[in-house]
Write a protein that binds this ligand. Structure first.
Ligand code: ATP
Ligand code: MG
Length: 477
């Protein structure tokens, strides 16, 4: 394995893109603790793994980010493969959940507790209540396989959550005082940045604490990993809202249904929900700016569909068209407790714009139906496929922390579960690429305008084509 040691002892990707094989490794506790005790992994004797062909993942195993077929050897960026290792650590662990709700959080909590207990015999699992601030200001609860047995059937988070309140020193003081040596942190981009700060402080203090992040975002916008948990469930539940909108607009004259779905910076939920539904006439996402008036604009398209079918449904991601909404509402740049910009309601804005246009300019009666199912979607328990996925994430995190890895997040890369340095998943966000086939499939399915004559769309498409060519050069050198 060709890899490069970084200053903190972790092995990082080499900047030299000519390297045959680049392993973006995650730190291990032995990087800053030379006398780390370990014992043989009990899984060797466990019934569960007795018939597995190869019980332990070798330190040589890596997961390729992209499949690049080469004549002699694998090339490109790789991550450590997730899974049990031969040696394990003594454990006192804790779990915390932060940020917004997402289907599947409870399954992850449950499977961390059960995984630790069933596979490694750990009974010391502490639940930190109410997000990061729970470390220093709220109660904790003991989590046992019994107490978490049924929680995957419920939505929300069994441990409660919050925004803001990340005080690295206070949190690490608390971890130290309680003698905790494994921290499992479930949350989105903000939470993972907080996890990285905790890991850095732990390392600075030379503590024997493994920090494992489990990435959570219903928007599916976490970089590197194939998909985030809760996404499948969200797309499925969104069908009910789209269906309701369709039923409503079909039952009136010139009915126009607008369904606002989650997606602050990326339109994955809107795109997938549209592709799954067939009742959607137009999908608007943050990555593809749209315009209302003139040739090829949204108003023209709406009028066409009304003439053709007598009704139509628009699905839009909450982050779409924010630039227009801000212009109209002249709103202040408000932020939440975690410092995230609060979005303006594009659904309400679009509903009003369409109504005004058809009533005042086109002199047509239209029936607007606006549905915002956000909280209904976020609050449900995860579906079958997300439940399985959450189990894999939790078990991978447990195996990684038990082996002494730290400062890592888990997730499938190229369909194999891997350990990824936290910084990798927080530095960028996944977005829908307008030059990818999936967006083309959506346009082909709805036959909606592509808004390609819009300058911003052109610029983005050109940039993506440029990036694609650049990336292709890197992977093929
Ligand atoms: P989502 O956006 O999916 O709801 P999130 O994890 O991004 O989830 P946030 O509210 O942004 O949600 O952050 C959750 C927690 O992480 C908060 O307690 C916040 O204080 C903390 N946090 C956010 N950004 C940072 C950062 N840059 N450094 C340290 N902590 C952070
Ligand atoms: Mg966030």
């Amino acid at each position: 394995i060709k890899a490069q040691s970084s200053t903190n002892g972790a092995i990082n990707a080499s900047e030299d893109q000519n390297d045959d094989f680049i392993l973006e490794d995650v730190p291990h506790l032995t990087d800053f603790l030379t006398d780390l005790p370990s014992y043989p992994n009990p899984l060797k004797k466990s019934q569960a793994y007795a018939i597995v062909k190869r019980t332990f993942v070798s330190s040589e195993d890596a997961v390729a980010q992209k499949i690049v077929v080469q004549k002699d050897s694998p090339r490109g960026l790789h991550f450590r493969r997730a899974g049990p290792r031969e040696k394990a650590q003594e454990v006192r662990s804790c779990v915390v959940t932060c940020g917004g709700l997402c289907p599947g959080i409870n399954t992850v909590i449950r499977e961390i507790v059960c995984g630790l207990n069933n596979m490694y015999g750990v009974d010391e699992v502490l639940g930190i209540q109410g997000g990061y601030r729970g470390f220093y200001s709220k109660n904790t609860i003991q989590l046992t396989p019994k107490s978490v047995n049924d929680i995957h059937k419920r939505g929300g988070t069994f441990l409660q959550t919050s925004r803001g309140g990340h005080d690295t020193n206070k949190i690490v003081d608390n971890i130290q005082d309680r003698g905790i040596n494994q921290v499992y942190i479930i949350g989105g981009d903000g939470t993972q940045k907080g996890a990285a700060a905790i890991y850095k402080e732990v390392e600075k203090r030379g503590l024997k604490v493994a920090v494992a992040g489990i990435p959570k975002t219903i928007d599916n916008d976490i970089a590197v990993i194939d998909k985030s948990f809760g996404f499948d469930t969200a797309v499925e539940e969104a069908q009910r809202a789209i269906n309701a909108a369709h039923v409503e607009v079909e039952s009136v004259q010139n009915g126009i249904g607008i369904v606002k779905l989650m997606g602050r910076y990326s339109g994955f939920i809107a795109m997938h929900a549209t592709l799954a539904s067939r009742d959607v006439d137009c999908c608007l996402i943050p990555e593809s700016p749209f315009y209302l008036e003139g040739q090829g604009g949204l108003f023209e398209f709406v009028e066409e569909r009304l003439k053709e079918n007598g009704h139509m449904v628009i699905v839009l991601a909450e982050g779409a068209g924010q630039e227009y909404v801000a212009q109209t509402l002249h709103a202040d740049d408000k932020k939440d407790a975690s410092g995230n910009r609060l979005l303006l309601d594009v659904g309400l804005w679009l509903t009003q714009k369409i109504k005004d246009h058809f009533t005042n300019i086109r002199k047509m009666d239209v029936n607007m139906k606006y549905i915002d199912p956000t909280y209904m979607i976020r609050a449900i328990p995860s579906n079958a496929s997300d439940n399985i996925y959450c189990t894999l994430l939790a078990q991978s995190a447990v195996h990684g922390a038990m082996a002494g890895y730290t400062g890592f997040t888990v997730g499938p890369v190229n369909s194999r579960h891997a350990y990824i340095p936290i910084s990798r998943v927080t530095e960028t966000q996944n977005i829908v690429k307008l030059t990818d086939r999936m967006w083309a499939r959506l346009l082909a399915s709805t036959n909606q305008p592509s808004f390609l004559s819009c300058e911003v769309v052109q610029e983005r498409v050109n940039k993506q084509i440029f990036d694609d060519i650049h990336n292709m050069k890197i992977t093929s050198t």
